[in-house]
Design a protein around this ligand. Sequence first.
Ligand code: ACO
Length: 269
Amino acid sequence: MTDETVAFDVENGIAWVRFNRPDKRNCMNPALNRRMMEVLDELEYRADVGVLVLSGEGSAWSAGMDLKEYFRETEAKGLGAVRKAQSEAYGWWRRLRWYGKPTIAMVNGWCFGGGYGPLFACDLAFAADEAQFALSEINWGILPGGGATKVVVDLLSMRDAMYHALTGELIDGRKAAAWKLVNESLPLAELKARVTEVANILLKKNPIALKATKDAIRRVGEMTYDNAEDYLVRAQEAANSHDNEGRKEGIRQFIDEKSYKPGLGAYDK
Ligand code: ACO
């Protein structure tokens, strides 16, 4: 199904969602931000979706916020319009950070500024070697807002974050992987196959455990060890109460049936 600003299709358990303003290098205008929230909403609880992949049509993943429509035209309408546009953008990034299914950013090309919000929101990220990343805000006279500063401080070393934000220089997919902005980088021609492979690994796992695990990874980073221990006990108990028979089945197949080894792969769902 395709709309002006967001395209998506669902195939074999994977929702392939694409920024779809290739002529504008997939920069995010208010219409795209509103539409993306609707698409995420539609896909989140569909039984035929186990993993969501976010990529871009054309040569860009996303060239960040739309400088004309998101900044200039919105600012011309006053502070209320600015706040509304911000909440629409931040809203779908937040929705994606806590999405019910695991998410993968497939960064096929340009990724700038505001694009770091959805990049970070995705649980995993794979980039083309040819992709180009930059915090270009400094090049047009603002600080990296909309969470972008927080993203690089959370993911990069302090020195790399500082260099990246102060210079606005481009880095390619390989360097983004070396800096841990993404999990891996590989030639563009191989990107989709690798992302499909990873998505298929996730599709074999218990979906309740996936959601509990991805939330736990994001939550415990801000906790003391003792708070994390407590949170994780409660999170597991909550997951157990979700009619999650899979966990017992996983133990049964290992201990009683001896049909698999949890150290070497997932049980048969
Ligand atoms: N905002 C608004 N329009 C944009 C944006 C953007 N972020 N990015 C690209 N476009 C538009 C261009 O204005 C152009 O429109 P036109 O065809 O009507 O003239 C069209 O997309 C194509 O862009 P080109 O610059 O011609 O494409 P090219 O492939 O040569 O360059 C590049 C791509 C490097 C991504 C360039 O478009 C660019 O620098 N874009 C801005 C990147 C950026 O700094 N984004 C803001 C980050 S800061 C933030 O998000 C808060």
